[in-house]
Design a protein around this ligand. Structure first.
Ligand code: GUN
Length: 282
C-alpha cells in the first residue's frame, strides 16, 4: 500500500473539540432537534450518534421520535412548532421517511435558517448561486478532509461520482466554488472508469459496494470514499475497493473512519453557524 490514509475520525474529533470550546464561551446552548419517523434501524443508529455527539459538545440536543403511522400533516405540524421555538437553532428530519410522507414536503417545511441539513431548496439554490447559506453536512466534511490533506484545489480536475441531492450535487458545487474543474459522473455516464481515471480528486458517492476499482484511479490521485455499504457478512465497505485503490492513489479515506465521522462534526458546525446567525455570538 502506498497511499496516505486520510483519517476523518481524527479530523472530526478535532473539529468537535474546537466546537465544544466555542460553545462553552456562549451565553446560550445551541439547540438541535432531530426528527425521526418510524423504525428504520440504520436511522436509529445515526440519530443516537448525532444526539450523543451534540450533547458531548455542549449543545442542547433532543430527538423527537414519531410513530411510523404519523401523517404528513402531523409531521409538518411538528416541524412548524420547531420553526417557531426560539430555543431551537437547527432542525434535522432524518431520512428516509415512511413512503406515505413526501420527503420534499418535509424538507421544504423546515425554516431555511434552521435547515442544518442544507437540503431546503433555498439553501441548495444559494449554494448553486455561490451565496452563503447552510451547506449539506457530508460535502462540507469532504471539503475539510481535502483541506487537511494539503491537496491544491485551484485548477485541479475533480470527478464526483454520484448526483444525489444529499452528496453529489452539493459536493460538485463546493468543489467548483474552490476553483476545481468539476465533472459529475453517474450511472448513465458512458465510460465511468475512463472519467474516474482523469481525476486528480475523486469523490465516490454512489452507494455501490467497492464499485470503484484500482484501475479506475490515476496514480497519485486523492480518493474520498463517501460510501457506507454493509455486505451480507456484516462487513462495512465503501464505494471504492480500498486495497486496490490504496496501491495506486496518493491519499485515500478509509471506510469506516473516513468521511462518516465528518458528517456528524459538520452537523454540529452547521448548528453552531445557524445559532450564531440567528442570535449573534452573545
Ligand atoms: N439519512 C442519511 N443521510 C442523511 C443526512 O445526511 N441527513 C438526513 N436528514 N438524513 C439522512
Amino acid at each position: 500500500m502506498s497511499a496516505r490514509i486520510l483519517d476523518g475520525k481524527a479530523i472530526a474529533a478535532r473539529i468537535r473539540a474546537g466546537l465544544a470550546e466555542r460553545v462553552a464561551t456562549l451565553s446560550f446552548r445551541p439547540g438541535l432537534r432531530v426528527v425521526r419517523v418510524g423504525e428504520d434501524p440504520a436511522s436509529g443508529v445515526y440519530v443516537r450518534n448525532k444526539d450523543k455527539a451534540a450533547t458531548a459538545a455542549g449543545f442542547d440536543s433532543a430527538t423527537i421520535h414519531l410513530p411510523a403511522e404519523t401523517t404528513e400533516a402531523d409531521l409538518l405540524a411538528t416541524i412548524a412548532r420547531l420553526n417557531a421555538d426560539p430555543a431551537v437553532d437547527g432542525i434535522l428530519v432524518q431520512l428516509p421517511l415512511p413512503a406515505h410522507i413526501r420527503t420534499e414536503a418535509a424538507i421544504a417545511a423546515v425554516d431555511p435558517a434552521k435547515d442544518v441539513d442544507g437540503f431546503h431548496p433555498l439553501n441548495a439554490g444559494r449554494l448553486a448561486a455561490g451565496q452563503p447559506g447552510l451547506v449539506p453536512c457530508t460535502p462540507r466534511g469532504v471539503m475539510h478532509i481535502l483541506a487537511e490533506s494539503g491537496v491544491a484545489l485551484r485548477g485541479a480536475r475533480a470527478v464526483v461520482l454520484g448526483r444525489s441531492q444529499i452528496v453529489g450535487r452539493p459536493m460538485a458545487q463546493l468543489l467548483l466554488g474552490a476553483d476545481c474543474t468539476v465533472t459529475i459522473a453517474h450511472s448513465r455516464t458512458r465510460d465511468l472508469a475512463a472519467e474516474c481515471r482523469r481525476a486528480e480528486i475523486l469523490v465516490a458517492a454512489v452507494g455501490r459496494p467497492e464499485m470503484v476499482r484500482g484501475d479506475w484511479i490515476a496514480p497519485g490521485a486523492v480518493v474520498v470514499d463517501v460510501g457506507i455499504n454493509r455486505l451480507p457478512d456484516g462487513k462495512l465497505v465503501g464505494d471504492v475497493a480500498f486495497a486496490e485503490a490504496a496501491a495506486v492513489a496518493g491519499a485515500i479515506t478509509p471506510v469506516p473512519g473516513g468521511v462518516g465521522p465528518m458528517t456528524i462534526a459538520c452537523l454540529l458546525e452547521n448548528t453552531l453557524d445557524a445559532a450564531i446567525a440567528r442570535r449573534g455570538a452573545a
